[in-house]
Design a protein around this ligand. Structure first.
Ligand code: ATP
Length: 375
């Protein structure tokens, strides 16, 4: 499949300069959505990712019409659903969207078929036509065999499919997901995540999906919007966000990272407390002489005893003492003390480097990132 990202695609959701604040009596004003611009294209699975309180649910609720923004504009399939200048704020049922909440919220007293039929019947569709539509969509998500069952008679995966069928049946343009997998056991969650992925890629529905779980975001998303205090900190594919974070917040939030302060010198060289190295400026240019934060992913460095010969050319080489060693199965994690700092190094699972040994960490070329210190 091709990733539905880039120029010339059909936007299903367009958010422009959106703001929303909350002010509780006696408390400081909280800007939950702080000037968001975002486009989701047809067929795209876009994930809003961020820690608790960063504003992802509020943004989703503004799109759904459940929260009223302070200002800005929201368009769904080319139609304004919210526009502050014109005092326009359509109710949820007029927005051509469906929402899937935590644990799917299927009606327990209705069968799968009745659950899926509900949005059609409540809109006044005739029973016969609704029945045909329901059969078609249950087939599409591959749960026809469950039509007569109640939610408590179905597996988690089947319930998820029925919830999706209910979201799809009305022919909505956009499905909004609010952490649907968050209250589910880790093992089942992984399985449901794979099913969700498979269904989205085959059916191609357009999704705006909220989660605080980075591995869920990485699995499901065509693009991830990382949120920080109501703002988009970076918007890109999971791979780009992981390998080329644009700021410290993203580098820290996604995956693990080693970080140190440095000064920028000529020709992309950074002077760190451990020595000089050649860095990539993934967050944009930083002026000469300015302080930067220098970061690398532990898996992008090799670790050897200092007594062993240095290998290929490295972007930066750091020497230190192994303070702790943990075997984690796939590999061995070493905490390496360098002066006052502790760095994480990853060795192969059969590594026999032990605590107290002097080691050399060599960051592979093109994997040392210089980021602005501000963020
Ligand atoms: P979580 O993952 O914990 O749900 P979130 O990223 O979805 O977090 P929001 O629920 O959107 O974050 O909240 C963003 C900010 O707005 C928080 O500081 C929160 O306390 C505040 N907030 C959200 N809803 C309300 C409300 N109804 N009244 C007052 N403040 C609110």
């Amino acid at each position: 499949y091709t990733i539905p990202v880039g120029e010339g695609l059909e936007p299903v959701l367009r958010i422009e300069s959106l703001y929303k604040h909350f002010q509780l009596p006696g408390e400081k004003k909280v800007t939950a959505v702080d000037g968001i611009d975002l486009t989701v294209n047809r067929g795209e699975f876009l994930v809003l990712l961020g820690p608790s309180g960063c504003g992802k649910t509020t943004l989703l609720r503004c799109v759904a019409g459940l929260d009223q923004p302070d200002s800005g504009r929201i368009k769904i399939s080319g139609q304004d659903v919210y526009r502050s200048e014109q005092g326009l704020n359509l109710p949820p049922e007029k927005r051509h969207i469906s929402m899937i909440f935590q644990t799917y919220a299927l009606w327990p007293h209705m069968t799968a078929a009745q659950n899926v039929a509900y949005p059609l019947i409540s809109r006044g569709m005739k029973a016969k036509e609704a029945k045909e539509r329901v059969e078609r969509v249950l087939e599409q998500v591959d749960v026809s065999s469950q039509a007569k069952r109640y939610p408590n008679q179905m597996s988690g995966g089947q319930q998820q499919r029925v919830a999706l069928a209910r979201a799809l049946v009305a022919g909505t343009d956009l499905i909004l997901f609010d952490e649907p997998l968050s209250n589910i056991d880790a093992k089942v969650r992984e399985q449901l995540r794979e099913e969700m992925l498979e269904m989205q890629r085959t059916i191609g529905f357009t999704a705006l999906y909220v989660t605080h779980d980075q591995s869920e975001a990485m699995h499901l998303a065509h693009r991830i919007a990382v949120l920080d205090n109501g703002k988009i900190s970076q918007l890109d594919t999971g791979r780009a966000i992981y390998t080329r974070p644009e700021n410290r917040y993203v580098a820290r939030f996604i995956g693990r990272t080693n970080e140190t302060k440095a000064t920028v010198e000529a020709d992309g060289v950074v002077a760190t407390p451990f020595g000089r190295g050649h860095a990539e400026f993934s967050g944009g240019e930083i002026p000469l002489g300015q302080e930067a934060s220098v970061a690398w992913r532990p898996e992008n460095a090799t670790v050897t005893r200092v007594t062993e010969p240095a290998g290929e050319r490295a972007a930066l080489t750091v020497e230190g003492v192994v303070a702790a060693r943990v075997f984690v199965g796939m590999n061995v994690e070493l905490l390496v003390s360098v002066g006052d700092e502790t760095l994480l190094a990853i060795a192969p699972p059969d590594s026999d480097i032990i605590e107290g040994e002097q080691v050399r960490i060599s960051v592979k070329e093109r994997n040392l990132l210089a980021l602005p210190t501000g963020a």
